[in-house]
Ligand binder design. Structure first.
Ligand code: ADP
Ligand code: MG
Length: 373
């Protein structure tokens, strides 16, 4: 495939103007691209960076057409893009990432199927459409298990852990919905492989991060992940097989569980990922920069990384403490997304610390009291 090259001065359209859109836009502007964003919120994080802001709902097809009209290439910051709209963009030759990887990643069943087709292990699962099917599903998965809505979940929303009885899940199942029931794996650690694939099929990998969640929300990503070379090879190999299989373009993330020497696929995101934010400071090219290069039909840059990095999310409940004491923080890079409303568990920004080792970084985290968050 010969890819269309997007050149500085041309316009990158972004569906979604949250923090991921914002960080993509920063990289795009560094490279001389113009940016158009579609987002319903007047003061979305990307608004002040975009040359054009189409303020409309994500399912507004007229607005999507308008975005296409002003853009030479289109990308997105979230996977729940209307597939019909994505297919129109693709047919216009403006969506190098394609509609297929959206179709897969917006549906947990398809995600699992792709992993299985690529011969990769996933937790035992069953798809159900009604309460009556719960018992049989749990018989297959055993307890504990987790029930998840088939689409639309994030940050632990739309899922329920079930300890020992189908009764616990009955009220969670809504008439007409589709759910996936998964065996709950007691993993050693969670990791993610963020990588970028160019339009010619070249792949660059960012270092694998170890991800620590609090209240189902990513709290910290740590690099290097404490995994053996063989686990790292398995993770990269899994990602390579899936990405060739899906013909992925752009930056993409795969979340995995590690148990002993085995790697299980959990989730995928067809876009830059929270666990890859550390790449902004710790790598010679960030997940956002590499993404922009991929969708613009450019070659990827080699990734060189600092020996160690940690990213910590700043939620609504931490933000004031942080901003009021900013001058006291030492050795920490700050990103604030400029969101007005600081809801408790809303991602408002993140911190990055880079250094020679994780021990050195943990000391900085402790000295700055970030470990208390
Ligand atoms: N099958 C499972 N076994 C063990 N832990 C799980 C399982 N599924 C989800 N989790 C935990 O819940 C977190 C969120 O689940 P995930 O499927 O990644 O949904 P999302 O990130 O969209 O909320 C995971 O990062 C993991 O910590
Ligand atoms: Mg997840």
């Amino acid at each position: 495939m010969t890819s269309k090259v997007i050149r500085p001065g041309q316009t990158i359209g972004i569906l979604g103007g949250g923090q991921l859109g914002q960080m993509m836009a920063v990289e795009a502007r560094h490279m001389g691209y113009r940016v158009a964003v579609l987002d319903p919120a007047e003061d979305c994080p990307c608004a002040s960076l975009a040359d054009i802001h189409i303020q409309a709902a994500f399912d507004d097809q007229e607005a999507a057409k308008q975005l296409s009209k002003v853009s030479d290439v289109i990308t997105y910051e979230f996977e729940n893009v209307d597939l019909e709209v994505a297919r129109i963009f693709e047919a216009e030759g403006k969506l190098p990432q394609g509609a297929y990887s959206l179709e897969v990643t917006q549906n947990r069943e398809k995600e699992k199927q792709v992993a299985v087709e690529a011969d990769l292990p996933v937790p035992t699962y069953r798809i159900i459409h009604s309460v009556d099917e719960l018992e049989a599903a749990f018989e297959a998965t055993g307890f504990p298990a987790v029930v998840k809505t088939i689409s639309g979940g994030y940050d632990g929303k739309g899922q329920l852990k079930v300890e020992e009885s189908a009764d616990e899940a009955r009220s969670f199942i809504k008439e007409g919905g589709t759910y996936i029931v998964e065996a709950w794996l007691s993993f050693d650690l969670e990791i993610s492989q963020v990588f970028t694939r160019s339009q010619s099929g070249e792949i660059t990998y960012f270092p694998i991060a170890e991800n620590i969640h609090k209240n189902h929300i990513l709290h910290e990503s740590r690099v290097p992940a404490m995994i053996s070379e063989s686990v790292a090879d398995k993770a990269r190999d899994a990602v390579k097989r899936m990405s060739d299989h899906m013909n992925i373009v752009g930056t993409f993330a795969v979340e995995m569980f590690v148990i002993g020497d085995d790697v299980y696929i959990n989730e995928m995101a067809p876009r830059p990922h929270n666990s890859g934010h550390y790449t902004i400071e710790a790598c010679s090219i960030s997940q956002f920069g590499q993404h922009v290069r991929a969708i613009c039909g450019l070659s990827l840059l080699p990734v060189h990384t600092f020996p160690a990095a940690v990213m910590v999310n700043v939620l609504g409940k931490h933000r004031n403490l942080l901003l009021d004491n900013l001058e006291k923080y030492q050795g920490i890079y700050l990103h604030d997304y400029g969101k007005k409303e600081a809801r408790n568990h809303r991602k408002m920004g993140h911190l990055t610390i880079i250094g020679e080792s994780l021990e050195e970084i943990d000391e900085i985290i402790e000295n700055n009291n970030v470990h208390l968050w």
